[in-house]
Design a protein around this ligand. Structure first.
Ligand SMILES: Cc1cc2nc3c(=O)[nH]c(=O)nc-3n(C[C@H](O)[C@H](O)[C@H](O)COP(=O)(O)OP(=O)(O)OC[C@H]3O[C@@H](n4cnc5c(N)ncnc54)[C@H](O)[C@@H]3O)c2cc1C
Ligand code: SF4
Length: 330
């Protein structure tokens, strides 16, 4: 059994206290919410914080409230999100994605904030310390080589959150609070295509809440590829959100791919093809084709690269057909 290293834990009860603690301890400290990603990573010595700032007691991170759209506290668990009637009714793709994360015990602990801030993953990185040491480590932690692409100057580890592509497709915004104050940015702007520095968030900034706009007339869907349907991370995710006019013309559309790059990948060509058109089975195939072409997955997650490339087209077609109310074919 791999053991956790020792660390100190702080238990703030307010956002301000949590942020002040993080700023005070600096790079030695990390936030922890459910710990379902951070603790395994600490066991493998991928992260070695001396201090953890637990978010469990911060009441302002809890709860889902209705206003213009929905505001979801970062500390809401994935189980709460999946079961919430307003999320299920208005944002079914988010309920679906949250319900597909991992397994029930981890969804009971894991939070939406932790899911959106999830570390990027790679076959050469999500390994024990002994395994990584035997290889000579890699650029993401303790080394300077990328084993996926030896000539790469940057880490190509993969964004593997189920909820992040959905949040972007739904046009969500996130509220961040840091020592310098607070800001609200589109979920799309939270991510960088860099396996190391994968968030635009500053290290001390706390993700406090997620804001979903009112989506009258929108439909959404999420499809996930993984080996074991009960626990595995996505090796492909497709999130679609569409607004259709009464006559069936597509007025707005967003298609986002997960697990094909170091950040969730918005496919603007899909929007261009869809908007102003009635969605037919042929159009679904055309959009799926451009989505698959945009995806440039690498050989650093589960399943063969060639299979993952082929199946991107199939999953994009299914997600789009479902959102458009056409037969999804599975
Ligand atoms: C076996 C297994 C299978 C898994 N399968 C999946 C899967 O299929 N899909 C998937 O998406 N995930 C999966 N996960 C990862 C994880 O369980 C989820 O992503 C979960 O939602 C993470 O939330 P958490 O609250 O536990 O995050 P934590 O582990 O507490 O934190 C994760 C990261 O986010 C940071 N963080 C947490 N909250 C905040 C905040 N409010 N503000 C700023 N930073 C914050 C932490 O510092 C840390 O860097 C899996 C994990 C395991 C162990
Ligand atoms: S993509 Fe390269 S640098 Fe990044 S984790 Fe994998 S092997 Fe390491």
């Amino acid at each position: 059994m791999i053991r956790l290293p020792s660390f100190e834990i702080c238990a703030p009860t307010t956002v301000e206290e949590a942020v002040a603690l993080k700023a005070g301890y600096g790079p030695e400290a990390m936030y922890v919410a459910g710990g379902t990603d951070l603790f395994p990573n600490m066991k493998r010595r991928q992260f070695e914080p001396k201090v953890l700032i637990s978010l469990r007691g911060v009441q302002d991170l809890r709860g889902i409230s209705n206003g213009t759209g929905l505001t979801i506290g970062a500390g809401v668990t994935l189980t709460e999100l999946t079961n919430h009637p307003d999320v299920r009714k208005s944002f079914p793709s988010l309920a679906e994605a949250a319900g597909l994360v991992s397994s029930p015990p981890l969804r009971n602990m894991g939070t939406i904030g932790g899911n959106l801030c999830l570390d990027t993953r790679c076959t050469y990185y999500n390994q024990s310390h002994a395994w990584r040491k035997a290889l000579g480590f890699c650029m993401k932690k303790d080394g300077d080589t990328c084993w996926v692409a030896l000539s790469s100057q940057k880490c190509l580890a993969v964004s593997s959150s189920d909820c992040a592509p959905v949040a972007i497709a739904l046009g969500a915004e996130v509220r961040l609070v840091g020592p310098q104050g607070e800001r609200r940015i589109p979920a799309e702007a939270l991510y960088r295509d860099d396996g190391l520095e994968y968030l635009e968030k500053m290290a001390d900034e706390l993700l406090v809440s997620i804001h979903l706009p009112a989506m009258d007339g929108w439909r959404s869907s999420y499809r996930k590829l993984r080996r074991r349907g009960t626990i595995d991370f996505p090796i492909l995710g497709v999130a679609v959100a569409l607004r259709l006019a009464e006559d069936g013309t597509c007025e707005a559309a967003r298609l986002v791919l997960g697990a094909v790059a170091s950040r969730p990948l918005l496919v603007p060509q899909a929007t261009e093809l869809l908007v102003g058109q009635r969605i037919t089975e042929q159009l679904v195939q055309d959009v799926a084709e451009v989505a698959a072409k945009s995806a440039k997955p690498l050989d650093n997650t589960d399943m063969a690269l060639s299979y993952r490339k082929k199946v991107t087209r199939v999953y994009a077609a299914r997600a789009l057909a479902e959102a458009a109310g056409l037969p999804a074919g599975d």
